[in-house]
Ligand binder design. Structure first.
Ligand SMILES: *[C@@H]1O[C@H](CO)[C@@H](O)[C@H](O)[C@H]1NC(C)=O
Length: 503
C-alpha cells in the first residue's frame, strides 16, 4: 500500500514537471468588471441626479438599438449582495466597478453631496471586503452629470476642477478601504465617440476638434487627480491611482513601410493621444500625428492646428502621472495605407489618420461589430505598450466576448476566447511584463450601451424580463472559476453539472 502511494506521487511529480504547467501568481488579481450605468438601475432613486446617458435614453430612445435603457438594468442598486455572492461563487479576489458621479454629486458640483449615494457604495465595498475581495474603483465610466454637460463637459477648461472636487470626495469617502483607483475608463470612447462623432452621449459630433480638445482636457484632469491622490491621500491611504485606456491592436496589413506607418498613425489616433502624454518620456501628443494634423489644419484654413498643444508646464504635469496602465483589450484589425478605406467627414480624426482597416474573414466574429477573435491580439498589444512606454505596471481592466441575447447558458465561443486571452497573459508573464491582474468583462449581462440588451458579455446571464433580475451562471463562469481557483488553464476541463456553489 505504501509503495503504491509513493509510486502514485512519483507519477504525479513526473507528469507535472513534464507538462511544465504554467501558473498565474498567487497574488495576481483575478476578477471581473462592470460599470455603474450598465448595472445599477435606480437611475433617479434616493437623490441621484441625471447623467448624459439618462438624458439621451429618455429624450432620444431610438438611439438605443432595442429602445431600451438603463433605468433598471441589472438592478444592482437593490441586488448588490447577490453581486458579491457571484464574486464568491467564482472565487474572485478582485472586482472592478464604477461610481456614478451623479449618484454622489447630483449636479456634478461639490456643494451638494448625496449621502444616500455614498452609503450605497460603502455598503457595496464593505460587502466585498467581508469576503477578502479587493475593490477597484473607476471614477468615470461615461456617465457625466447632465448639468456639467450643459456647461460644455470635457470641452470646458474648468472640467479638471470639477473632476478634482469629485475625485477628492471619492478618495476621502472610500480610500480608507479601496487601494486601486482608475480615473477614466476609455478616453477614446469618451472623446472620439462622445465629442468627435455622434455615436455616444453627449453626441457633440464636432468632428474637427471635439476629440482633440476632449483628449487634452481629459489627460489634464486625470493628472490633477493623480497628483492630488499622491500628495493628499497616498501618505495615509497607501493606494494607487491610474487610468484605463482601450488598446485594440492595429498591425500593418503588409510589411511595406507605408502600411507600417499607417498602423503607427492609427495607433496614435486610437490610443496614443491619451497614452503618450502620460506614459511616454517626451510627453504631449504623439509626434507623427500632431505634425500631420498641423499640416492639414493649415491647408484647411485654420489659424492654428486643430490639435491643441501642451505647454511645457502641462507636459510636466501629465508626464508620469499614473501608478499603472489599465488596459481594456478586445480585438484587433489590420491596417493599410491604401486599401479598405471608407469615406470620413473632413476634417476629422479619421480623416487625419487616413488609413484603411479590416479583419480577415477567418477571424471569428462575435455578436458585436467591434469585437473579433484575433490571434494573439492581447499579447501583441501589451508587448508593444511595454516596449514603447518603458515597462509600466499593467492591469487588464477589461477583456471579454459578446454573444447574442438568445444564446442561453452554453457559450463555448466565449470559453475559447477567454482561454486564448489568458494563454496570452501567461506568455506576457513569462516575458517579464509587469502585469498584476486581469478583470473579465463582464461579471454578468448588462446594458450594452447603444446595443441595449441585444448583445451580452456576462459570465452570468441576467433575466431582464424577471423583476428580480435573476442571475444564472453560464458555462464560461465554471471555466473561469476553474482557472481562477487552480491558477492554470486546463483546456480539457468541462463542468460536470451546471450547478454553481460557493466552495
Ligand atoms: C455628425 O456629423 C456628420 C459629419 O458632419 C454628419 O454627417 C452627421 O449627420 C452628424 N450626425 C448628427 C446626428 O447630426
Amino acid at each position: 500500500m505504501k509503495s503504491l502511494v509513493i509510486l502514485t506521487l512519483l507519477v504525479v511529480a513526473c507528469q507535472s514537471s513534464s507538462d511544465k504547467q504554467r501558473r498565474f501568481p498567487d497574488d495576481f488579481l483575478f476578477g471581473a468588471a462592470t460599470a455603474a450605468y450598465q448595472i445599477e438601475g435606480g437611475w433617479n432613486e434616493d437623490g441621484k441626479g441625471e447623467s448624459i446617458w439618462d438624458y439621451v435614453v429618455h429624450n432620444n430612445p431610438a438611439y438605443i438599438k432595442d429602445l431600451s435603457n438603463g433605468d433598471i438594468a441589472a438592478d444592482s442598486y437593490h441586488n448588490y449582495k447577490r453581486d458579491v455572492e457571484i464574486m464568491r461563487e467564482l472565487n474572485l479576489n478582485a472586482y472592478r466597478f464604477s461610481i456614478a458621479w451623479s449618484r454622489v454629486l447630483p449636479t456634478g458640483m461639490i456643494n451638494n453631496v448625496n449621502q444616500a449615494g455614498i452609503d450605497f457604495y460603502n455598503n457595496y465595498i464593505d460587502e466585498m471586503l467581508k469576503y477578502n475581495i479587493t475593490p477597484l474603483i473607476t471614477l468615470y465610466h461615461w456617465d457625466l452629470p447632465q448639468k456639467l454637460h450643459e456647461l460644455g463637459g470635457f470641452t470646458n477648461p474648468l472640467f479638471a476642477d470639477w473632476f478634482s472636487d469629485y475625485a477628492r470626495l471619492v478618495f476621502q469617502s472610500f480610500g480608507d478601504r479601496v487601494k486601486h483607483f482608475i480615473t477614466f475608463n476609455e478616453p477614446r470612447e469618451i472623446c472620439y465617440e462622445g465629442y468627435g462623432t455622434d455615436t455616444k452621449p453627449p453626441i457633440v459630433n464636432n468632428t474637427a476638434i471635439g476629440t482633440y480638445l476632449c483628449a487634452k482636457h481629459l489627460v489634464i484632469a486625470h493628472a490633477k487627480a493623480y497628483h492630488m491622490y499622491d500628495k493628499e491621500f497616498r501618505p495615509t491611504q497607501g493606494g494607487q491611482c491610474g487610468i484605463t485606456i482601450s488598446v485594440n491592436w492595429f498591425g500593418p496589413d503588409t510589411d511595406s513601410d507605408d502600411d507600417k506607418l499607417a498602423a503607427e498613425i492609427t495607433r496614435q489616433g486610437e490610443w496614443g493621444i491619451y497614452a503618450h502624454p502620460i506614459f511616454s518620456a517626451e510627453g504631449g501628443f504623439p509626434k507623427e500625428l500632431s505634425e500631420r494634423v498641423a499640416k492639414k489644419s493649415a491647408e484647411q484654413g485654420y489659424s492654428k492646428s486643430r490639435m491643441p498643444e501642451f505647454t511645457e508646464e502641462e507636459k510636466a504635469l501629465v508626464r508620469g502621472a499614473s501608478d499603472f496602465f489599465g488596459v481594456n483589450h478586445y480585438s484587433a484589425s489590420l491596417t493599410s495605407a491604401t486599401e479598405h478605406k471608407v469615406p470620413h467627414p473632413v476634417p476629422s480624426l479619421m480623416d487625419d489618420i487616413d488609413s484603411g482597416t479590416y479583419t480577415p474573414d477567418e477571424w471569428p466574429k462575435s455578436s458585436s461589430s467591434w469585437l473579433t477573435f484575433a490571434p494573439n491580439s492581447l499579447y501583441n498589444a501589451l508587448t508593444h505598450l511595454n516596449t514603447r512606454y518603458n515597462k509600466p505596471v499593467f492591469y487588464i481592466t477589461e477583456n471579454g466576448w459578446s454573444t447574442s441575447n438568445d444564446r442561453g447558458l452554453i457559450d463555448d465561443d466565449r470559453i475559447a476566447y477567454y482561454r486564448a486571452a489568458l494563454e496570452n497573459v501567461l506568455d506576457l508573464l513569462d516575458d517579464g511584463v509587469n502585469l498584476k491582474g486581469y478583470m473579465a468583462w463582464s461579471l454578468f449581462d448588462n446594458f450594452e450601451w447603444n446595443a441595449g440588451y441585444t448583445e451580452r458579455l456576462g459570465l452570468y446571464n441576467v433575466d431582464f424580463e424577471d423583476p428580480a433580475r435573476t442571475r444564472t451562471a453560464k458555462k464560461s463562469a465554471f471555466v473561469y472559476k476553474h482557472i481562477v481557483t487552480h491558477r492554470y488553464i486546463d483546456h480539457d476541463y468541462e463542468p460536470e453539472a451546471m450547478i454553481m456553489t460557493i466552495d
